[in-house]
Design a protein around this ligand. Sequence first.
Ligand SMILES: [Zn+2]
Length: 323
Amino acid sequence: MAKVKYYYDPKTLSYRKIEKTPAYRLRRSLIYVASIFLTSFFMYLLADSFIDSPKEKGLRREVENMKIQYSILNERFDQLSIVVDDIQERDDNIYRVIFEAEPIPSSVREAGYGGVNRYQKFEGYDNSELIKKTASRLDRLTKQVYVQSKSFDEIVEMAKDKSEFLESIPAIQPVANKDLKRMASGYGWRTDPFTKTRKFHHGMDFSAQIGTPIYATGDGEVIRADSRASGFGRHIRIDHGYGYVTIYAHLNEYNVRVGQKVSRGDLIGFVGNTGRSRGPHLHYEVHLNGERLNPVNFYYGELTAEEFSRLIELASQTNQSFD
Ligand SMILES: [Zn+2]
């Protein structure tokens, strides 16, 4: 049975029954519903700010995990940086020094990527700084490794050139020591065997029997093998590249033709007495960029220290050249 409610009417000084009109009932219901909504809403806000939902908990865990991963990543970057630094150090101070190349300036090695802000897409988040820092380290390392690999490419090229260069320059005696009678004459002022006047002797004379083998002193190409040069008689010229040319004069016979490629130590001809020559000998010259150098400085390929000093002594003693 529904409760009957009364109210006190001061005019009539009596209790009167409250009439429950439909409008009154509706209003009451609305207030009731609204208060339930409001209460739940505030409860929700309260709960939300203090208690995580399972989904939030999951996300928070994921973010924490990500931070750990980033710090592990950064530790590995540290280790990688040490390795790269070490390689750069060796590159600048050993490899590039061997090949006489300038070290790569640190401004080039350490350069990042300039210009527009590459990391804009990482901005505006709680962890933006961490992500930007990591990304820029990765970029810098990538650049360093790129510069380093370019440097190694360069070194490989230089090494190739260097070994070609070392094989090309004249570096042995053109006549074997065992075949030498004695050193006839070295480079410098000597008495001309024909005019008996003092004259500069631009080569080195190796006195040996006719038919003694003559060897190419470095890799190169035969550019002349003829007797048309005045005084030299039958002679050979070898172009070694890098500005080096060697001349072998007064030959008895050739063992090569013009245009032929020769290697150091190849038999190119035989000692003779042709041209302006007093007695069988080989006149040998070393030219660098057209300038005639003292050949005695080019025998480091095969002589011992003693043999070399004896050679210099003999070459400087003899007063008259064979020309
Ligand atoms: Zn000579």
